[in-house]
Each structure stands twice: as C-alpha cells, then as structure tokens.
Ligand binder design. Structure first.
Ligand SMILES: *[C@@H]1O[C@H](CO)[C@@H](O)[C@H](O)[C@H]1NC(C)=O
Length: 357
C-alpha cells in the first residue's frame, strides 16, 4: 500500500488522462488511508477527494486522537487501566477499551500507525455524510460482489425455515479468527438448537490450511438439517430473506449497515480495526444487538444463551423495536430527499466551485 501501489495508480491515471478527454476525469476519489493519492491528484491537476467508509465516530477519533490523546497522556499507551475519554470534539465520553485496537498498542511504529497518522494529518477538509453507499439503489442494482469467492445460493434451504428462525453467521471477507472461537460458536449453535447459515470462507483460521476442516469433528453430522455451512454467500440476499432473524457478525461496518437495512439484530464479536468501536455503537448506544460473550473468555454455554436470547421473540422484543427505529432512519437517509442525496448534491456543488466550472 505504501511502496508499490502509488506508482501503479500514478501510471494508471496518467494513461487514463492521455487516452481520454481530460475534462472527463476532473477529480480523484481515494480511500483516506491512501494519503499519497492527493500527491498524484496534484501532479495531474485533479481535485483530491478522500473517502471514509467507516462510521463518523471512528473518523472523529482518528482525526483528533494524535493531538488530544497524546496531550492527555493516553497515547501511546503506558498502562492497562480502563478510563473514559471525554475530550475528543464531537465524541461523547467513550471508554478506552472501546477505541480501535491500534490505539492500545504499545508499539506505535507499525505500518497501520504510519498509514493512519499520515492520512489524518493531511485530512482536515470539509466533510459530507453520504450513504450508506453500499446500500444505495445504484449499488444494489449493479450487485457488485464484495469478494472474489463464489457465492452459494442459500435461498432454497432458507425457504423451508419459519420466518425469523435462522441465525446467519459470518466474519466478513478479511478478518481471521482462531480455532477456539470457531469451536465455541459451533458448540453454542448446537446447544442453542437454533437453525443457522454459517459462511466459513477459506483461511478464516490462519493457522489451518485449506485441506483441514476448521470445524470440530462430528459437528456437520450432528447438525443434520439445522444448519447450512457454505464457504461464501451473497450477504444481502441472506439478510433480506424472511427466514433470517439474527446475525452473528465480526462488526465490519458494511455488515452492520446491511444488517440494519434488513432490520436484523446482531450478536457481536469484533476482531480488529474499527470493529470494537462499531460494537459499542450497536450494543451500548443503539441497543440493536448483544455481545457474543460479556466477559473476556468465549465459551459455548454463554454463546448458546446469547443466541437463544437474541432469537427468541420474547427476550429480544426491545432490541427488535430499536432495530426497526434505526432501520427507518437508515432508509430515510437514502430516500430521494434524504440526507445522502442532499449532501451529495452539496458535495458536487462545492467540487464544481473548486474546479471553477
Ligand atoms: C488536497 O485537497 C485539499 C483540500 O482542497 C488541499 O488543501 C490539499 O492541499 C490537497 N493536497 C494536495 C497534495 O494537493
């Protein structure tokens, strides 16, 4: 990302400009972490635009934390204490344990730190809240797959299940977990007796190669018709299926938005990046989900009790009510006259102004 990619993008943009009418490519949008993209934009006389795909809360923390956390002695971390941080502009008091894991690391010279420090040093421009982009009608219509893995169609299997009875389990397209977590979830699913679709993609456990089964011995025989295990599937299709009533997720931001859009409450097991902070939003602030386990250790019995709590209509009624409220906020944002279109129009207007057209 830092050494090899910039020259390729530079060459790509150069070719693009050479081969077409330059007025067709007047600005360059790049993910915030590609801070070098602004330099390439400058070289070709393009306006540089940064894209931030995660929640505003995480943006705000990143944007201010180097200054404020270090002035307050909270970064780099020097102890294991739990404390609340109430001095980040625009952010309500937040516990340090809910910050992104890279803020807890003692070694702040890693590639992640380098990339983020550089990205947020430069990024103090006007911001526009546009989206959720992955749920915009254009994005849904074109159905661009979010992974190169083949998507197994689960609809036939789901057809035989009662409404809201199935738990969907997936850790997204990037993060890896360990065998103990997989075993605890497998045990929890069996004990809960809840039906499930489980997407277990290759390399979900880094220490196990593709030929080995990551699931506990005998698990697949025990589940009978209770569970469907697939390497990958179309997440939006599964979440919007009426049979699905819960989502055990690693709390990637796209997953959370897709779950909210379909009104499916969540069981949260965050792993890295922004996921622990996203968990705080889902469980503590919005109350549309529960933790996989409340303590530090993950065990099958507690997993089963959390699954039953979320999937049972009686014990999840408050969570489902909150979810319906948030779902309509999300859909309102995407409506014709909603905040997403309004902010997008403003963004285009300001951009034109910058480009003097
Ligand atoms: C990118 O755009 C911002 C805002 O317009 C500007 O301040 C900054 O100088 C630009 N960066 C480069 C490298 O041109």
């Amino acid at each position: 990302m830092l050494h090899d990619f910039p020259s390729r993008v530079d060459e790509f943009i150069g070719n693009l400009i050479e081969s077409s009418d330059p007025s067709l490519v007047p600005f360059l949008v790049a993910d915030i972490v590609y801070s070098w993209a602004a330099t390439i934009a400058k070289k070709y006389n393009l306006v540089n635009v940064s894209f931030w795909p995660a929640p505003a809360l995480v943006f705000a923390i990143n944007n201010y934390y180097y200054d404020h956390l270090s002035t307050n002695g909270h970064f780099p971390r020097t102890d294991d204490l739990v404390y609340s941080i109430d001095y980040i502009p625009g952010v309500e008091s937040i516990s340090n344990k809910d910050l992104m894991p890279y803020l807890h690391e003692v070694d702040t010279t890693t590639v992640t730190h380098k990339i983020l420090i550089k990205a947020f040093e430069e990024d103090k421009k006007p911001t526009y809240a546009i989206g959720p982009v992955n749920l915009s009608s254009e994005c849904i219509k074109t159905r661009v797959p979010k992974s190169l893995l083949f998507e197994v169609d689960c609809s036939k299997w789901l057809e035989s299940k009662p409404p809201g009875s199935v738990l969907y389990v997936s850790f997204g397209s990037i993060v890896q977990t360990n065998k103990q977590i997989i075993e605890a979830i497998a045990q929890g699913l069996l004990l809960s007796e809840v039906s499930f679709v489980w997407a277990i993609r290759p390399k979900i456990v880094s220490s196990i190669d593709d030929s080995e089964n990551v699931l506990p011995a005998g698990f697949e025989d025990n589940i009978k018709d209770k569970g469907l295990i697939v390497p990958w599937c179309n997440q939006n299709a599964v979440l919007s299926d009426p049979a699905v009533g819960g989502f055990l997720t690693h709390c990637g931001w796209n997953s959370i938005l897709e779950s909210m859009s379909c009104g499916v409450p969540m069981i949260c097991y965050p792993v890295m990046y922004d996921q622990p902070t996203n968990r705080k939003l889902v469980v503590d602030d919005w109350k549309i989900g529960v933790n996989l386990c409340d303590g530090i250790s993950i065990n099958g019995a507690e997993v089963a009790s959390k699954i039953k709590q979320l999937m049972c209509e009686k014990t999840s009624v408050d969570i489902r009510n909150e979810m319906m409220k948030l779902r309509s906020i999300l859909h309102d944002a995407l409506a014709e006259e909603g905040s997403s279109n309004r902010n997008f129009d403003q963004f285009i207007q300001d951009l034109k102004h910058k480009m003097h057209v």
